[in-house]
Design a protein around this ligand. Structure first.
Ligand code: ACO
Length: 428
């Protein structure tokens, strides 16, 4: 049903069309609201604003449902791989064998950075956060492919594969640079996630051991992060793309948006919070009291979500994987015990229950990454690698939409009204 709704504004009725999504959600199309009434909608934080129609990812936050192109996340996590899922997100269907081989081949062909780009890494101080390096280097990579700027539709598959492949190479190089280690080139014989681990942890002349359980766990983390509807970074990518900026520029902006601790940066913030609680010898109780009393302006990082008000299905899968990986590696981690304790208390505490705050994807992912040797400041970089197919898919959706317009929100002005300029001598 694409129907209409009647609103009364300033006592006058107006009729607006409604749009029904395939999963039953209703949107009121307010595109003509201002021209009909002079009013605009005000929704800071966009909690009630649909910025676009999209056919990529569906979330029902009340029921804890997440689907990529109609496939449930739990089924994909169990049966698919990150690269197959990336193809699904970008092109809309699971690939057949030939399509998957073609996509993988294109990733391999594009995995090397232009050799001159290696020198860009020298310009960063050792203290540079890898997210700063990642966003800068993605943008820098665009300058090695000038045809990106006026890319035509037929160039898209190559640019998309190049971005997805090279983001992993850039990420590994930035880690090696930060630790004063020689860069390790990708190996054409390795698959996507294996190749990333190889570039992170091998030495010239000595390849690291690629344990299948570690490869599987990291591949799963990438897959679970691959897309998540109109979150802050994806909306940023779409916003930048709406000005017809190129794919790399749009993705680089997405990295910056992801970096913040309320978004992708939460995985680093969770680990830092757990380390701090551990260092203080607290079992989590004191910390949670501080959070609830709002004394130190602190939050339980890795908890809460704008959309999920029941549970985050990704968190359930990650928690299970966390126990599995630590078991397989015969490791125990006191931070995991603290995380479990925090979760247990919070899930039964009035403060968290009444606000519908549950663990999100970041609550346990850092413990897995730590177990496999990823340094804390690389956590959000790994999130960005995982999210790249989602950004690429959203970029493509913007570009393919012949009706798409530049994103340009309005505002309600609350500043000074018109006044006259005072010469300097007359000002108090
Ligand atoms: N710890 C303690 N209190 C919280 C938390 C938290 N993690 N999250 C929200 N609250 C409280 C707020 O203080 C507020 O309380 P109040 O009603 O007394 O003022 C209430 O819950 C609502 O919070 P909002 O900030 O309005 O919720 P919003 O939907 O804007 O924020 C967000 C969502 C940013 C995820 C928030 O829950 C948060 O900061 N979580 C911690 C950071 C985090 O884990 N981010 C990762 C999100 S997942 C992702 O992006 C990959």
């Amino acid at each position: 049903m694409n129907g209409t709704v009647e609103l009364i504004i300033d006592g006058k009725p107006i009729t607006l069309p409604t749009f029904l999504g395939t999963e039953g959600e209703v949107g009121i199309d307010i595109a003509t609201l201002r021209s009909k009434t002079g009013a605009i909608t005000l929704d800071p934080g966009y909690g009630n604003t649909g910025a676009c129609k999209s056919a990529i990812t569906f979330i029902d936050g009340e029921k804890g449902i997440l689907q990529y192109r109609g496939y449930d996340i739990a089924e994909l996590a169990q049966k698919s791989t990150f690269i197959e899922t990336a193809y699904l997100l970008i092109y809309g269907e699971l690939p057949n064998a030939a399509q998957l081989a073609g996509f993988s081949g294109m990733l391999t062909e594009n995995e090397m950075l232009h050799e001159d780009m290696r020198h860009h890494f020298e310009g960063f101080p050792p203290s540079a956060h890898p997210m700063a390096i990642l966003s800068s280097m993605i943008n820098a990579a665009s300058s090695y492919h000038p045809n990106l700027i006026h890319a035509r539709e037929e160039h898209f598959p190559c640019h998309a594969a190049r971005l997805i492949s090279q983001v992993r190479t850039i990420a590994a190089f930035s880690y090696r640079k930060a630790h004063g280690l020689p860069s390790i080139y990708p190996k054409t014989t390795l698959k996507y996630t294996e190749n990333f681990l190889h570039m992170m942890f091998s030495y010239p002349g000595e390849d690291c051991e690629l344990k299948p359980e570690i490869v599987k766990a990291l591949d799963l983390i990438f897959l679970l992060h691959a897309d998540h509807e109109q979150n802050c970074s994806t909306s940023t990518v779409r916003m930048v793309a709406s000005s017809r900026a190129n794919l790399f520029a749009s993705a680089s902006a997405g990295v910056c948006a992801l970096w913040g601790p309320l978004h992708g940066g939460a995985n680093q913030a969770v680990l830092e919070m757990l380390e701090e609680i551990h260092k203080e010898g607290d079992d989590g109780t004191k910390f949670l009291n501080e959070v609830k009393n709002k004394t130190g302006n602190r939050r339980l990082m890795g908890f809460g979500h704008r959309v999920y008000k029941n549970f985050d299905p990704r968190a359930v899968i990650i928690k299970e994987q966390c126990d599995k990986v630590l078991g397989q590696l015969h490791k125990s981690d006191p931070l995991l015990d603290i995380a479990k304790k925090l979760e247990e208390i919070a899930l039964h505490d009035e403060y968290f229950v009444s606000r519908k705050l549950y663990p999100n994807v970041d609550f346990y992912s850092g413990i897995i990454m730590r177990a496999i040797g990823i340094p804390v400041d690389m956590f959000t970089v790994l999130f960005a690698i995982g999210r790249m197919p989602g950004w690429v898919a959203n970029f493509k959706e913007v570009m393919d939409d012949r009706d798409s317009r530049i994103s340009r929100p309005r505002q309600i002005y609350t500043g000074a009204t018109l006044r006259s300029y005072k010469p300097l001598a007359e000002r108090a």
